[in-house]
Design a binder for this molecule. Structure first.
Ligand code: IMP
Ligand code: MG
Length: 186
């Protein structure tokens, strides 16, 4: 573990930054094939998807545009509230556009299910989903990741954009947060 200052706040690393970079490269090749001849608008979900977006978009060897939305589904806790609110909307008119949503993680799938329907209702020609990570509960939702990085166990993870109370987003690896870090507040 490279994070000496916070080594006691994290448990095991589930996905290293190198593994993620390699997987996103593979997914970029798939997306290039699947969207041959089509414009792509990547829509990142702030703030968790910032790292996935940065790495995935740069792995793409073709023209692409990016936009961002901020929605809230989690507060400072570690379980989904089921309530989705738009905190920042797109700047782009997506009518007729091929939208690829770029997300950090699918847990309950509530956020993405809502977001996909919202973008389709604006007239997007297609809406697909790329997620860096997926947890087991995702099978209960109607959301499938068209492009998936890694399946992980049902543990609260941080790093590679994912936070706990806004901390740890900058870590290169995806690591399990030591449960004692949030045990008091639950
Ligand atoms: P869902 O609506 O339950 O699928 O939750 C999606 C959002 O919850 C993600 O975009 C994350 O922002 C957040 N989230 C879910 N699981 C984790 C986790 O293990 N660590 C940090 N954030 C998480
Ligand atoms: Mg998120």
């Amino acid at each position: 573990m490279r994070y000496d200052d916070i080594a006691d706040e994290l448990d095991e690393v589930l996905v290293t930054g190198e593994q993620m970079a390699q997987r996103l490269d593979e997914l970029a090749r798939e997306v290039e094939r699947d969207y041959a001849g089509l414009d792509i608008l990547l829509v990142g979900v702030l703030k968790g998807a910032v790292m996935v977006m940065a790495d995935f978009a740069r792995a793409l060897q073709r023209p692409v545009t990016m936009d961002w939305m901020a929605v809230s589904s989690y507060g400072h806790g570690t379980t989904s509230s089921g309530v989705v609110r738009i905190l920042k909307d797109l700047d782009t008119d997506i009518d007729g556009r091929h939208v690829l949503i770029v997300e950090d993680i699918i847990d309950s799938g509530l956020t993405l299910s809502w977001l996909r329907d919202n973008l389709l209702s604006r007239g997007a020609a297609s809406v697909k989903i790329l997620a860096a990570l997926r947890k087991p509960d995702a099978v209960k939702s109607d959301i499938t990741a068209d492009y998936l990085g890694f399946d992980i166990p049902n543990k609260f993870v941080v790093g590679f954009g994912l936070d706990y109370a806004e901390n740890y987003r900058h870590l290169r690896d995806v690591a399990v947060l030591a449960p004692r870090m949030y045990a008091q507040s639950e």
